[in-house]
Each structure stands twice: as C-alpha cells, then as structure tokens.
Design a protein around this ligand. Structure first.
Ligand SMILES: C[S@@+](CC[C@H](N)C(=O)[O-])C[C@H]1O[C@@H](n2cnc3c(N)ncnc32)[C@H](O)[C@@H]1O
Length: 296
C-alpha cells in the first residue's frame, strides 16, 4: 500500500493539528489527578522515594518558623504540607490549594496539624484577603498554562520579603523515567497531545527557571540542583505503573491506535530502558531543581 502524502503547505498543515486549549487542559488535569491521586500518594509521594526526596529539601530551603503562615500551591495529596506542619506551632497557619478534590481529601486525612485548611482552588485564580510568609509549590509550576500569572499572584499574597520555594523536574535527558516511554509515544503518535501542551520538563533548565521566577518580580532568586535515583523494579513493572499512573490521561488515546502501535512503543521503550538496567532491575537518575526567591 502506498503511504499517504499530505499535499499542504507546512503552515496549513500546522493549522490542522489541534492546538493547545488551556481550559480543556485544566479539565483533563483535574480529572486525571482525581483518578490517580491515591496511587500517586501511597506508591510514591508519601514514601518519599525517588524524586520525592525533594520534599525534605524543599521544606528545608523554606526555613519554616513556628508562627509562619504558609501556602502550599498545587499541594496534591499534601506531602509537602505534612512536612511543613512538623515545623509549625500553635500560631502557625497552613493552607493547601489544588484542583483535585480527591487529592485534597487524602491531604486532609493525612495531616494531624490543627491549623490547616485544604481548598479546591485553581492556582491561576488565587484569591485570599490575607497574606502569607512563605509559599511552596512542588511539581506544580509546569502544569500551569499561564505560569507568570500564578507567580505574579503569589507575589501579591506574600508579605514583603516573603519567600517562594518551587521544585520542578529536570530536562528530559536528566529524568529518563519520563522520556524512556514518552519519546517512543511521541515518535509513533506525534499528535498524542495538542501542540503547545506543557510538558513535565518545561522548567527543567536552571537558567530558564531562574528567569521565570525573576520575571514575576521575585528577587535574590537561586536555583539548587539535586540528583535522586528512582528504582521502579523490572521493565514490566515500570511499564505497567507508567501506563496506569503517569500516562493515565493519554492511555486511551494510545490504545485507540491498536495493539501493533502499542507493541512498537513498548519495544522502543524497553530498548531505551536497557541502559538503566542492572540484574533485571531499573534505576533511573532523576534531576530536581529547587528555586527560591523573595518578595520585594
Ligand atoms: C505532581 S502533583 C504534585 C502534588 C504535590 N505538590 C506533591 O509534591 O506531591 C501536581 C498537582 O498539581 C495540581 N494542579 C495542576 N494544575 C493545577 C492548577 N491549575 N491549580 C491547582 N492545582 C493544580 C494537580 O491536581 C496535582 O495535584
């Protein structure tokens, strides 16, 4: 069979490819995190394994005082909030916001600290009529389509000299857990995501992260790099877990391309994974960037 030739200019072709819709993206994000919240919490975040070793580093960097008022943006199931709560006293306050109701319910149940509240709120529409001393955000910034809007609104609800601490994943080659399977998916199904969809590596370049935070008005911005290791088990265990958690929001679309495509993706991913394999088990390096900055 002859392969089809697209007889269009690149510009026209590009117009045909679905472009990123931030509203639809947020609806999908919310639904996805409602589905995966429990797995995410109990298999990863709460155990502080692999990249979640950053929770301790991020909170250390935030230097929480016992009477601090702290906002945890995109708090998810509350792992960062829980760590923060260990440092707060009776005059301290903690608020966590997230899009996912199921994640927030897990956070509420897992934290014993009295002065904390978890609210369903979009980070792009933060609204409080009081101010905070510290704002934390772990593995959330890359999911905000208008990240500058979020950072600028954080500046408005921080006290003067208040501190922001943000953790994000490194670039694709520095976090092969994602790229080992995601690259073959993109190769075999290039339109799996609309053009312009934010990726988990969006702020993985330290210079770009620094300038993103500084651009929003924060001063004395620093970025620290951390290297962690994540051991997902055998390739089969990694594949199953990835497809049902990390790739949950795109799995149905991948499956709709049929068994052959799925098998090709798996074969390529297995080849990519082999360089991280020893005695049948995988060990992925994982770079995490933690940025801090101050309100002026
Ligand atoms: C990778 S999880 C990180 C959760 C938590 N900070 C942690 O370290 O475990 C990303 C979280 O961002 C949340 N999120 C994504 N977009 C958001 C938005 N626009 N506003 C608030 N939360 C959002 C998701 O619901 C999810 O809980």
């Amino acid at each position: 069979m002859r392969s089809a030739i697209i007889n269009l200019s690149f510009e026209k072709f590009e117009k045909m490819t679905p472009t990123f819709d931030p509203i639809q993206y947020k609806i999908t994000t919310k639904a996805n995190w409602n589905t995966v919240a429990s797995d995410y919490h109990y298999n990863w975040a709460d155990q502080k394994i692999g990249p979640f070793k950053s929770t301790t580093e991020l909170v250390k960097m935030a230097d929480i005082k016992s009477d601090d008022k702290v906002l945890d943006v995109a708090c998810g199931t509350g792992v960062v909030s829980k760590e923060i709560s260990q440092f707060l006293g009776p005059n301290g306050r903690l608020v966590g916001i997230d899009l996912s109701r199921n994640a927030l319910n897990i956070a509420r149940k897992s934290i014993a600290f009295q002065n904390c509240t978890f609210i369903e709120m979009d980070a792009e529409n933060i609204g409080f009529n009081f101010k905070f001393d510290k704002v934390t955000c772990q593995y959330g910034l890359m999911f905000f389509p208008d990240s500058q809007k979020v950072l600028k609104s954080i500046g408005k609800i921080l006290n003067p000299k208040g501190m922001l601490v943000v953790a994000v994943h490194g670039l694709a080659e520095e976090v092969p857990y994602f790229s080992t399977i995601m690259n073959p998916i993109l190769e075999h199904i290039p339109d799996i995501r609309p053009i312009g969809t934010p990726t988990v590596h969006r702020f993985g370049n330290p210079k770009e992260l620094e300038s993103e935070v500084a651009k929003a008005g924060f001063v004395d911005v620093t970025v620290a790099l951390h290297g962690f290791v994540y051991k997902p088990g055998t390739f089969e265990e990694y594949w199953e877990d990835y497809m049902h958690s990390t790739a949950n929001s795109i799995r149905v679309k991948i499956e709709s391309h049929g068994k052959d495509v799925m098998e090709k993706i798996k074969k390529d991913a297995k080849k990519n994974a082999s360089k991280y394999e020893e005695k049948g088990k995988l060990a992925f390096p994982w770079t995490v960037l933690i940025a801090s900055g101050f309100n002026h």
